[in-house]
Design a protein around this ligand. Structure first.
Ligand code: EPZ
Length: 423
């Protein structure tokens, strides 16, 4: 297993290119199953989860062609004939459950392994299932699998999500695209990745209205056609590298990044004393004078502060002047980075869903490891600012969602390298 070794203390200066959003690309790839014509996705991020989704689609009989140089995937599900998403693939990547809606809509049946819990919480899919049942699906849970079928097409329905779910909204939007009649999704997720999926579905011939609001109206169509779509920039990769610039006292241009889809994160960073501006088609992030100030925040569905940025922000707050209260309202167990940050010298106390972070003057390098993607990257950020050497283990978590992270950071002056094999 690879490790990443960082010697901290160098302010980052330069440019970091921001890729397409992993969490937009995954549902977009699943959407290819809705049609027997090819879907071409550009601005594809080169991360491990994308290849896992490619493998799943290939397992279902789709033809999946990756072009790494063009950052493109072409998915032709014309010959797809398999409707089972097996445990072995789903357990490695929860987003596999996003094939449930498309398979059921196009083939009238799907057998998808239940994802089970993961490091950040129990993460059930009950909201996906009850909404699909409202559309006429018959669903049974058996042997760890979701067995779903419907006689004839799915039926349009009025669905009110009891709480906001990104994946649930995406699964239902895809299912509704080929349903009989109109589906209304109320209290729908409004994340930019959900919006990106809606635009792509419309490019394929679907009829989704209310895009960007919490009420989506989807008029079902009989079939979808070929389309090409360019994936939105990754707002979490953007926010992560913004914090890398801030935590090291550097000045970095994030090329291809958007301010508009990241207002909550950049708003909080500005309040903490970080300079953020639109520049040359990207976003410039700098911290030149003084320490970062402690700022309180709570994670919320979009347009609130994203849970996927909570761990990175906590690393920054661990070096702030004053205290910060960080409340996690989306997942019940998303503080696994805390003990590792504490081992690096941070002063953090967790009380239920909130963490009190009292800023310290310096962190020190240590061997660390984390159990999910964003927790791992928060340790990379802490290491960039820490005195001495930090060795981050279980790098495969980082590779799931960050493309060439060590190269991007090294290009801005970070002392970072990847070593193969565990210590
Ligand atoms: C998506 O997960 C993202 N994954 C996550 O990113 C992200 O943290 C999350 O949205 C919240 O923004 C992808 O897009 C592939 P949810 P998802 O359904 O769709 C509960 C990362 O690091 N819930 O919005 O699974 C659930 O347990 C990952 O890139 C139910 O109770 O998230 C959670 O507490 C991690 N029943 C809350 O809702 C359900 O049926 C929000 O989950 C569905 C969800």
């Amino acid at each position: 297993m690879d490790r990443i070794i960082i010697t901290g203390g160098t302010p980052l200066h330069g440019e970091i290119p921001i890729g397409g959003a992993k969490n937009a690309a995954l549902p977009l790839m699943a959407a290819a199953l809705l049609s027997d014509k090819p879907l071409v996705l550009d601005n594809l991020p080169g991360v491990a989860d994308i290849h896992a989704m490619g493998n799943l689609l290939a397992e279902l009989g789709a033809k999946v062609d990756f072009d790494a140089v063009a950052r493109r995937v072409t998915i032709d599900a014309g010959a797809a004939d398999e409707t089972t998403a097996p445990y072995d693939i789903v357990r490695k990547m929860r987003a596999s459950v996003l094939v449930l809606g498309p398979l059921l809509a196009r083939f009238g049946k799907a057998r998808v392994s239940l994802p089970g819990g993961c490091a950040i919480g129990t993460r059930p899919v009950d909201l996906h299932l009850s909404a699909l049942e409202k559309m006429g699906a018959v669903i049974e849970l058996e042997g760890g699998y979701i067995n779903a079928h419907v006689d004839g097409p799915l039926k349009g329905a009025h669905i009110i999500f009891p709480s906001v779910t990104v994946g649930g909204t995406e699964n239902l939007m895809m299912a509704a695209a080929l349903a009989d009649g109109e589906t209304v999704l109320a209290n729908a997720a409004r994340e930019p990745e959900v919006t990106d999926l809606a635009h792509c579905l419309n490019a394929m011939g679907a009829d989704v209205a209310g895009i960007g609001t919490d009420t989506l109206r989807i008029q079902g169509v009989r079939m979808l056609s070929a389309a090409a779509h360019s994936i939105v920039p990754d707002r979490i990769e953007t926010g992560t590298y913004a914090i890398a610039a801030a935590i090291t006292g550097g000045d970095v241009l994030l090329t291809g990044a958007q301010l508009a889809t990241n207002e909550a994160v950049f708003g909080v960073l500005s309040r903490a004393g970080v300079e953020v501006s639109e520049d040359q088609g990207g976003v410039r992030v700098a911290r030149k004078n003084g320490r970062i100030r402690g700022v309180d925040l709570m994670t919320e569905p979009y347009p609130g502060f994203p849970t996927d940025m909570q761990a990175q922000f906590m690393a920054l707050m661990s070096l702030a002047e004053g205290a910060s209260m960080i409340t996690e309202s989306i997942f019940e167990n998303r503080f696994m980075h805390v003990p590792e940050l504490v081992r690096m010298g941070a002063d953090i106390n967790v009380h239920g869903a909130s963490a009190i972070v009292r800023g310290v003057h310096g962190l020190s390098g240590a061997p660390v490891m984390a159990t999910d993607l964003r927790a791992s990257v928060s340790l990379v950020l802490a290491a960039l600012a820490a005195k001495g050497e930090t060795e981050i283990n279980r790098v495969y978590h980082l590779d799931r969602g960050y493309e060439r992270i060590e190269e991007k950071l090294a290009a801005c002056g970070a002392n970072i390298r990847r070593a193969s094999g565990s210590a």
